[in-house]
Design a protein around this ligand. Structure first.
Ligand code: MG
Length: 264
């Protein structure tokens, strides 16, 4: 069953239905200001930043899907035939998906565009990170090469161009840090909470909590199709030799909404 949502209605749907769907579960978790009984966040060890030359380290609570060393973790992926060589993972026939399914999450991905660069527009270093296989954060060589804005590197494909073009030259490793909130549906398969993306590329925010208007797709207006709240994460093989290293993920709990609505 295909569900259409008008962009203007999304905010209302989120406010009304989202409050019912999520707020009900969160209402009992409201706390008085400075309540000493309020649970403290889990303590974790931070990671270190990656650069074009050197991969960083994931935070202590991350699930490492692909390392930056010689340890072969490609068993975390399934599907297409990819090449693993000395910590680098590269498409060689078909997209790959994580074996595990994830819902709301923070995902870190590092990749380098082919060098020397060949092709242009959508044929230049095309790959992508597709949550549930249907919501794509575009990977493309957009360094001194142009394509349509909502399809360049960092775009939510077909929906939102990135805020800036912060691409490094081909051959240099780049990073994505993506916060994904999955679309949620009710029993009638109506959207109760549109999906959202926040994306940092090379440490710079390029998508600021943008609201998905549906499945990302080429050549037609997006629309929502029902999907369960978890799914596999796909790395796209678009026929270009984009190299990947270090991919890690952190699962996120439900959103907590307004912490102290009364302000007291
Ligand atoms: Mg792509």
């Amino acid at each position: 069953m295909r569900i259409r949502i008008k962009r203007a209605a999304l905010g209302i749907a989120f406010a009304a239905v989202g409050a019912a769907a999520w707020g009900a579960g969160q209402a009992e978790q409201r706390w008085k200001v400075h309540d000493m009984k309020r649970p403290r966040p889990q303590v974790i060890t931070p990671g270190t930043f990656s650069s074009a030359e050197k991969a960083g380290m994931p935070p202590s609570d991350a699930i490492v899907l692909l390392g930056n060393d010689k340890e072969d973790l490609t068993g975390n992926f399934t599907g297409g035939k990819w090449i693993f060589d000395n910590g680098i993972y590269m498409p060689n026939g078909g997209s790959v998906d994580t074996k595990e399914e994830f819902g709301d999450c923070q995902l870190h991905v590092e990749w380098a565009e082919p060098t020397p660069a060949t092709g242009t527009s959508q044929g230049r270093g095309n790959s992508g990170i597709l949550f549930f296989g249907i919501y794509e954060v575009q990977v493309l060589d957009s360094y001194k090469d142009e394509t349509y804005a909502d399809g360049q590197c960092g775009a939510i494909y077909g929906q939102y161009p990135p805020l800036v073009n912060v691409n490094r030259p081909p051959g240099e490793f780049q990073t994505y840090d993506i916060v994904f909130r999955a679309p949620l549906f009710d029993d009638q398969k109506h959207v109760t909470r549109p999906g959202r993306f926040t994306v940092f590329q090379n440490g710079v925010v390029i998508q600021d909590s943008v609201q998905l208007t549906g499945t990302t797709a080429h050549g037609h207006e997006p629309r929502y199709d029902y999907f369960k709240p978890t799914g596999k994460i796909q790395i796209q093989d678009h026929g270009n030799k984009v190299r990947y290293r270090q991919i890690w993920i952190r699962k996120l709990g439900p959103e907590v909404g307004v912490a102290n609505p009364s302000g007291d």
